[in-house]
Ligand binder design. Structure first.
Ligand code: NAD
Length: 495
């Protein structure tokens, strides 16, 4: 196996196992195009076994009703993650092509550090609370509001922030008392299978509470969306797949919780300090632009448009990109040849539709291997054009001029997406007034950062349904039960 100490086996029913077919698939480093190892190629039979194990663990063990035990297991998992942190960091860089600098934040450290938060939620949450007494048809009534685990969760994740996205589903799903089948993408299987090994070897997690099924076949995820034994699907990925998941989940009326794509706007108001507001605009290219919440549309006021474009141009000409193991790099490769080609096709489309490409636009000559795309800056972009409307998932920024604050809000909201965004102004009041009118799930005002394990994260419109992280994110994994009781003859307390 690899020197990364990655796990090549799936985790089903408490056992680390190869695929039922014995097959494996290759894991490719997108920065070098080299095969770095293999992973069990899960089959339909494996997925069937994993769902069965999760169903039994939920129905037949006391996992869902033992919050203190769940907290203990999550703390054991946290200790295991801490010990494996450097290996996990190396895996994230090798299989996702993430710049190592990012692993010190969202890509690795942030949600390892967040595990105690989920352990505390598991044991501290008020699952059952009395409601005020009511009178129904003249009779006094007592009521209890009870929240309990939703059941078997199918968790389907993408490759761009693979460790973080697995952890931000496992933390709250397990804390809530659900059992889980995790299906990672074929591009980054080890960020999931290695977590399976940590649970198997270093925690008291009962068999079947967590199952990890990696596969080269995307359609294994679809089994989670159609199987009647699965109660809830939590999905992070593209809006196109999210729509398909809703369709597939409809016949069994599953709850779906979707974290989808984005096309977020960075609105710079005309009174802003442009050097400060735009100096960092090259961060659009971070991790090859493969982040759902990255602001990929830059809205500049016409009155200061040329000045803004000059600063953005200089920023894009100086984005450090290349070998993701080099800590100076902000941008690594795209995840695959297919994604590289997809981004290049969008760049061509942008040119065809009349936008001006003033930086980049191609494959960098100095990086002969790896799926790189140059940091690419388009100006004079029509807000209705393809590159202003569709999620490119590449290091590409579309600069769009606007007339006044109302026009900026209109353009920012002219999108099927509503995930994130940014507003900058010399006046916090004015920036907040604009931010309040933008229909997105998160926003940065004057450079402020919202990301944290207790911040609800998710989208308006076609960016998703539901919120990840925070108490709201935890509650996505809970059902609600309202219980009525007759008047009490004793002291009125609830047993
Ligand atoms: P994708 O939709 O192609 O795949 C995501 C996952 O779904 C993978 O595990 C894949 O194997 C699986 N899958 C594919 N088809 C399926 C089906 N029919 N049924 C069930 N599962 C299926 O997305 P991707 O290319 O891996 O990831 C990039 C996308 O993810 C971007 O659109 C990005 O914006 C989005 N994303 C969103 C967030 C967020 O929190 N909103 C975070 C990260 C990424």
């Amino acid at each position: 196996m690899s020197s990364l100490n990655a796990e090549a086996r799936n985790y089903i029913g408490g056992e680390l196992v190869g695929a039922s077919s014995g097959a494996t698939f290759e894991n490719v480093n997108p920065a070098t195009e080299e095969v770095i190892g293999v992973c069990a190629d899960g089959t339909k039979e494996d997925m069937d076994a994993a769902i069965g194990a999760a169903r039994r663990a939920f129905d037949e063990t006391d996992w869902s009703t033992s919050p203190a035990f769940r907290a203990k297991v999550i703390r054991q998992f946290h200790d295991a993650l801490e010990k494996a942190k450097e290996e996990l960091r190396a895996i994230v860089v090798a299989e996702a092509g993430s710049p190592v600098v990012l692993t010190h934040a969202v890509q690795t450290n942030a949600f390892i550090d967040a595990m105690p938060y989920f352990a505390n939620l598991a044991e501290g949450y008020a699952y059952e609370q009395p409601m005020s007494d009511i009178t129904f048809m003249g009779m006094p009534q007592r009521r209890i509001l009870r929240r309990e685990a939703a059941g078997v969760v199918g968790a389907i994740t993408p490759w761009n922030f693979p460790l973080y996205l697995n952890l931000c589903k496992l933390g709250p799903a397990l804390a809530s008392g659900c059992s889980v089948v995790l299906k990672p993408p074929p591009d980054t299987p080890w960020c999931a299978t290695t977590l399976g090994r940590l649970f198997a070897e270093q925690t008291d997690l009962p068999a079947g509470v967590l199952n990890v099924v990696a596969s080269s076949d995307h359609m294994l995820g679809e089994l989670l969306t159609t199987d009647p034994r699965v109660d809830l699907v939590t999905f992070t990925g593209s809006t196109a797949t999210g729509r398909r998941i809703m369709e597939c989940a409809a016949p069994t009326v599953k709850k779906v919780f979707l974290e989808l794509g984005g096309k977020s706007a960075n609105v710079v108001l005309d009174d802003a300090d442009f050097a400060a507001a735009l100096g960092m605009v090259g961060t659009t290219c971070i991790h090859g632009g493969q982040g759902c919440a990255i602001t990929t549309r830059l809205l500049l006021p016409r009155s200061r448009y040329d000045e803004g474009v000059e600063i953005a141009k200089a920023a894009f000409e100086n984005v450090p990109y290349g070998d993701p193991t080099d800590p100076r790099m902000l941008q690594g490769p795209q995840i695959s040849k297919k994604q590289q080609e997809r981004v290049l096709a969008y760049i061509e489309k942008g040119k065809q539709e009349g936008a001006k490409c003033i930086v980049g636009g191609g494959v960098p000559a100095h990086l002969p291997s790896g799926y790189y795309v140059e940091p690419t800056l388009f100006v004079d972009v029509d807000p209705g054009s393809t590159i202003a409307q569709e999620e490119i998932f590449g290091p590409v920024l579309a600069v769009i001029p606007y007339d006044d604050d109302d026009d900026a809000v209109r353009i920012a909201n002219d999108s099927i997406y509503g995930l994130s965004g940014a507003v900058t102004s010399a006046s916090e009041e004015r920036a907040l007034a604009v931010a309040r009118r933008i229909r997105t799930g998160t926003l940065s005002v004057n450079g402020g950062m919202w990301f944290h394990e207790d911040t609800p994260f998710g989208g308006y419109k076609q960016s998703g349904i539901g919120r990840e992280n925070g108490v709201l994110g935890f509650e996505e994994y809970l059902e609600t039960k309202s219980i009525g009781l007759p008047p009490d003859e004793g002291d009125g307390s609830i047993p």
